[in-house]
Design a protein around this ligand. Structure first.
Ligand SMILES: Cc1cc2nc3c(=O)[nH]c(=O)nc-3n(C[C@H](O)[C@H](O)[C@H](O)COP(=O)(O)OP(=O)(O)OC[C@H]3O[C@@H](n4cnc5c(N)ncnc54)[C@H](O)[C@@H]3O)c2cc1C
Length: 235
């Protein structure tokens, strides 16, 4: 079984709407070195109908390795347990988790000079974690498809989390079709996407059709939109 770790909530940050945005500090675990592009599995302590503890993944959207601090943000999901649990945490509370896990980071030896990042809904956290690992001389173009029901993070936080000296942000609605942004897009870029899975699949299928290779594509799917039927996805 994965080692259980804990961290203390040191601040609730200026949340966007109802979103939970938390600054945390590791409580113990001196061996642990925090890195960007990772997620943790939060153990809520709450039980589901089968009596199992509810656990969910959350991306570290920023880390401060020396201070042993990390940052989480969760959008409240209707009838969701973990997102509301995170929103209920107060300064001084303890969060239990396993990890950090994951490989959503700039690969060793990658040669691209531009990364095109697609953040679908809450995927902005995963994208920020990823962008924290991108070399400073790589240009970053961020397409940020915000959920109209509730945003996560604000533009200032997004800029602060990105080291690139060449960052362009395009803010869109999650209801817009991402393929409309792909006309004339630079196909020699690295493409990274995080968040809602149907939109990631649709975007990457289009890019593959244009000749983009799997080596240029990286993604982290958080959830799949149950309301997005195949008919809508193929619109
Ligand atoms: C690697 C990874 C990293 C993740 N990082 C984050 C993160 O940084 N921030 C974050 O908010 N979430 C993140 N998620 C999603 C998170 O793990 C939970 O699924 C989410 O918070 C809902 O949990 P819940 O218990 O509240 O609701 P659940 O009971 O798990 O979900 C209820 C319903 O809501 C849907 N749903 C789940 N997430 C969303 C969403 N964001 N928007 C709309 N519908 C949704 C589910 O498909 C389900 O149908 C991540 C998921 C993965 C796999």
């Amino acid at each position: 079984m994965a080692e259980m770790r804990q961290a203390k909530v040191i601040a609730r940050l200026g949340a966007e709407g109802e979103a939970a945005t938390l600054a945390l500090e590791l409580d113990g675990h001196p061996e642990l070195v925090l890195k960007g592009g990772k997620y943790i599995i939060v153990h809520t302590g709450l039980e589901n109908a089968e009596g199992k503890i509810i656990k969910r993944a959350y991306s570290l959207f920023a880390v401060k390795p020396v201070a042993r601090q990390f940052f989480l943000a969760a959008v409240p999901v209707s009838n969701g347990a973990a997102s509301h649990y995170l929103a209920s945490l107060q300064t001084g509370d303890t969060l239990r988790f396993s990890g950090p896990w994951g490989r959503f980071h700039w690969p060793d030896g990658a040669q691209e000079t531009r990364v095109i990042a697609l953040a679908f809904g809450s995927g902005i956290t995963g994208i920020l974690g990823y962008l924290g690992t991108v070399p400073v001389d790589v240009a970053v173009e961020l397409y940020w498809y915000e959920d109209p029901n509730g945003g996560l993070l604000n533009e200032t936080m997004v800029q602060e989390c990105t080291a690139s000296g060449n960052l362009t942000i395009h803010v869109r609605s999650l209801l817009e079709d991402p393929l409309e942004d792909f006309q004339g897009i630079n196909l020699t870029s690295r493409f990274v996407a995080a968040g809602e899975g149907q939109r990631i699949d649709r975007s990457f299928a289009f890019l593959r059709e244009q000749g983009v290779t799997d080596e240029q594509l990286q993604s982290e799917i958080f959830y799949r939109d149950q309301d997005l039927s195949d008919a809508k996805a193929d619109r």
